[in-house]
Design a protein around this ligand. Structure first.
Ligand SMILES: [Zn+2]
Length: 121
């Protein structure tokens, strides 16, 4: 989706072709560079592997190997279109947010179990 600026249309990198995507996935051995999920360990994992623009395409991130990493869809969604100075900053953010979500999920799970045990469901 092009972004309008005062200068007209800003240049936004084109989406990856499947061949370009495959090159990045193979370079990273189909492993999410954020959480480490192994896309080759299980078929289900392979289905959720994506290629992430470290600097988002929508924010003028370039379509070059240095700006592309393998990411599972959950990590990719968590990262969103935020801008980070480095990949390490992005990774720190994604892993922290995953940890927060994990804790919220544990609380929710416990609440649901207690409800079920009390016959409230
Ligand atoms: Zn991941």
């Amino acid at each position: 989706m092009p972004i309008k600026t005062l200068m007209g249309l800003a240049s936004v990198a084109k989406p990856l072709t499947s061949e370009e995507g495959r090159r990045i996935l193979e370079r990273d051995q189909y492993r999410c560079q954020y959480c480490g999920l192994d896309g080759m360990a299980q078929f289900e994992n392979s289905l959720i592997m994506t290629v992430d623009f470290i600097q988002p395409r929508a924010r003028k991130g370039k379509k070059i190997a240095e700006n592309l990493v393998t990411a599972c869809r959950p990590c990719n969604v968590i990262k969103g279109h935020r801008i980070f100075h480095t990949f390490e900053d992005a990774k720190t953010f994604v892993l922290k947010r995953r940890e927060e979500l994990h804790k919220e999920w544990e609380v929710q799970k416990t609440r649901l179990r207690n409800k079920a045990a009390a016959g409230a469901l």
